[in-house]
Design a protein around this ligand. Structure first.
Ligand code: SF4
Length: 353
């Protein structure tokens, strides 16, 4: 048996507060989706003092700083304070070696749920709350929301009995706050499965707006995103935050170990790459419109020609020029002249997807 330490955060070994310690304060996990918002609404209606926590990560939406992001929009409507907590670099290790395996792609859903409950319980104890609230619906997701998996995750996280799931409470075992009468189970719901009708009707009734549409999971459930991330993890032991952020956009093409390029797909991506490119080499069209291309390593001269030919392939034939600028971090700018256009077959064979 491996003696390696699990990448999961340490489970809090002390048992959750006993029955006599359950108060009327809770921490609720919010994702920006409808279910977690409705769960907050249902416990607030019972007079519970709720603090929302949202976990940010390199594989979740970038818009959390935006006042109109679904998460901020919803907590404003629900009138609850919001705490942001990062899924830190320890989560990267969890993606590499999930104790309970991956889903279809790089999504380690069971470990991810355990991780977030452990972190949410830490916040719960920091602010003197005594239970957690989630928008989980029994049987909604194939991997982490089966009834017995929900209970398994709760126990593994050291949160036995203190997780309340208002949308499915009536089809799940009674939680501690329900048992001691802090919460009235009869005012919760018994939803199970993937249907959304009840939730949508409720949202309309209470006038909730601006929630994100259910997309079936985070970016780790996306095949192309997962391949890009796996490629980066295979190539680099310690990817930088900028390299992780870059996985969300552009075309990713691997030339060899240690050399990958990202080709922007439009002007918006050009602006974004210019602003946040990690250290590396930038290729840009001189005197004609076209994409910026960022290279992760230091290309050899023949590789520079190849990259310039890829840049030209993604420029409009009618306006394509042959001067390509090269800007290296700490080494200034120069230009090369290239007339080749990369062949589609070659690009297809090297594209990460
Ligand atoms: S879909 Fe993504 S965020 Fe949700 S549990 Fe799975 S890994 Fe975690």
């Amino acid at each position: 048996m491996s003696a390696e330490k699990s990448p999961l955060p340490d489970r809090l070994e002390d048992p959750p507060a006993g029955e006599n310690k359950i108060n009327r304060k809770a921490v609720a996990l919010v994702s920006g989706g409808l279910d977690s918002a409705l769960a907050i609404h249902l416990v607030k209606k019972q007079g519970i003092d709720v603090t929302a926590v949202h976990f940010t990560s390199f594989f979740s939406p970038l818009d959390i700083e935006d006042e109109d992001s679904p998460v901020r929009n919803l907590v404003r409507q629900l009138k609850v304070p919001l705490v942001l907590r990062p899924k830190g670099r320890d989560f990267l290790e969890l993606i590499r070696n999930p104790k309970h395996g991956h889903g279809k792609n790089l999504n380690p859903c069971v470990d991810c749920r355990i991780y977030t409950l452990v972190k949410a319980r830490e916040l719960m104890e920091e602010i003197g709350a005594s239970f957690l609230v989630t928008g989980e619906v029994a049987g909604q997701r194939p991997m982490s929301q089966r009834k017995h998996t929900i209970r398994f995750i709760e126990k593994q996280a050291g949160c036995d009995g203190i997780v309340v799931r208002p949308l499915s409470a009536q089809v799940l075992p009674e939680s501690l706050p329900e048992k001691v009468g802090v919460l009235d189970r009869g005012r919760f719901l018994g939803i199970s499965g993937r249907g959304r009708k009840i939730q949508l009707k409720m949202a309309e009734e209470i006038g909730l707006q601006g929630y994100s549409t259910p997309a079936g999971g985070c970016l780790l459930t996306d095949k192309i995103y997962s391949r890009r991330l796996q490629d980066l993890l295979d190539d680099t032991n310690e990817p930088s935050q900028d390299e992780l952020d870059l996985l969300r956009f552009g075309r990713h093409i691997r030339l060899r170990a240690g050399l990958k390029i990202v080709v922007c797909r439009n002007e918006k991506e050009n602006v974004r790459l210019e602003r946040s490119a990690p250290a590396g080499v930038m290729f840009f069209p001189v005197g004609f419109p076209g994409p910026l291309v960022w290279a992760s390593g230091r290309p050899e001269p023949e590789e520079e020609t190849r990259i310039a030919s890829i840049l030209r392939r993604y420029s409009r034939p009618a306006s394509r020029g042959d001067l390509i600028g090269i800007r290296e971090t700490d080494a200034g700018e120069r230009q090369i002249s290239v007339t080749d256009v990369a062949e589609d077959d070659w690009i297809e064979a090297h594209m990460i997807r």
